[in-house]
Design a protein around this ligand. Structure first.
Ligand SMILES: Nc1ncnc2c1ncn2[C@@H]1O[C@H](COP(=O)(O)OP(=O)(O)OP(=O)(O)O)[C@@H](O)[C@H]1O
Length: 342
């Protein structure tokens, strides 16, 4: 591995209560970020993700241990050097009332400008590039306070990109984004990695983390388990993290599965393509288990759903909603699709 950009050595993070009392949230962390990689930091609410990120960004002092940036303790870097090298996106909402999106993004150039803060040709180019990359050209002259939550978050990401840092630290930069913009922001951050930057970001959306992150740090009970996404899937780490006795998370599908004991009937599903995939989803939502030996057989292909029981044809349906109605008549107990059962 290339020399890491950032290294955590026996790091403990947490908060201070005054009178020297500290509350550690994670300790004994020995981790590294390799250049050109995107790492997602995941964990349940309150696990300490923001506290860890803020410690790496020098906003909070470590309780113990060290953070090294390119082999040097971060505390020894001058403020300007650090600001040139590291950009931070926090889940902030506030901005001065008259600040436009272009002004905000231009602030990303502050560590690179002279003492008067005047933007040179290269600075302006970096600002315009960041605005274009985040699809903010049409909003560039709008005041930041007038933006929607998702638009504002993109503006803060644009500011971080305009800074052209070596390391980007971002605390849930897509919390308010729609699905497409979420994926777009992650794709853009992956591209900055191709250009040599390193990214560490907090993500709550596991399916996005699985799709875009090179590595995942899972913060749980004060420890970090880390690896490439697929190895964490194989180890069951992500499944365990987001499951409870009542809810079982399926990280491969990014959704929750119905516990075995809640199924109230079985259907043998056969078919292919999108029809079969959608039928499988619907069956699970109706709490119907798939069982190849079930007497009710559902054939799903080419957008058509054919239901039969033994040799008896029960109907052919073009919509799953109509199939559901028919299924209700053939299953014991509570009907699928009722408020409780859905
Ligand atoms: N200064 C503080 N005083 C008291 N409690 C604090 C302080 N800072 C953090 N905490 C507590 O530490 C825990 C971790 O907080 P943190 O914001 O790091 O969690 P998180 O993993 O980012 O959570 P979320 O996913 O909800 O954003 C929380 O229970 C929080 O209330």
């Amino acid at each position: 591995m290339n020399d890491p950009i950032l290294e955590l050595r026996d790091l403990s993070v947490g908060y201070r209560l005054g009178r020297g009392r500290t509350v550690p949230l994670a300790s004994g962390l020995n981790l590294a970020l390799a250049p050109g990689t995107l790492t997602a930091l995941v964990g349940r609410n309150g696990a300490g993700k923001s506290t860890l990120l803020r410690t790496l960004a020098r906003l909070l002092p470590p309780l113990e241990g060290q953070v090294l940036f390119r082999g040097r303790p971060v505390g020894t870097l001058g403020a300007r050097d650090f600001a040139r090298s590291v950009s931070l996106v926090l889940p902030e909402r506030d901005a001065p009332p008259n600040l436009t999106v272009r002004d905000l993004v231009s602030l990303g150039r502050t560590p690179h400008t002279d003492w008067r803060g005047r933007l040179g040709e290269g600075d302006r180019r970096a600002v315009e590039e960041a605005l274009t990359t985040l699809e903010l050209e049409a909003l560039a002259d709008r005041r930041v306070v007038s933006l929607s939550d998702g638009e504002r978050q993109r503006a803060f990401v644009a500011r971080a990109l305009a800074q052209e840092p070596e390391l980007l630290l971002l605390d849930e930069p897509t919390a308010f984004s729609d699905l497409l913009h979420k994926a777009e922001v992650l794709r853009i951050l992956r591209e900055t990695c191709l250009r040599g930057a390193t990214v560490l970001l907090i993500l709550h959306d596991i399916s996005v983390a699985l799709r875009f992150a090179h590595r995942i740090w899972v913060l749980e009970e004060g420890r970090v388990e880390e690896g490439i996404p697929e190895d964490l899937l194989l180890a069951g780490t992500l499944e365990r993290l987001f499951s409870s006795p009542r809810l079982r998370f399926d990280p491969l599908r990014g959704t929750y599965r119905v516990p075995q004991e809640e199924f109230r009937g079985a259907v043998a599903l056969r078919g292919e393509g999108r029809a079969e995939a959608c039928a499988a989803l619907a069956l699970e939502r109706w709490k119907l288990r798939q069982d190849p030996d079930a007497s009710l057989v559902l054939e799903a292909r080419d957008g058509v759903f054919r239901l039969r029981e033994g040799d008896r044809d029960l109907g052919v349906f073009g919509r799953l909603e109509d199939l559901e109605r028919e299924l209700r008549r053939h299953l014991p107990g509570e009907a699928p699709g009722t408020a409780e059962g859905s």
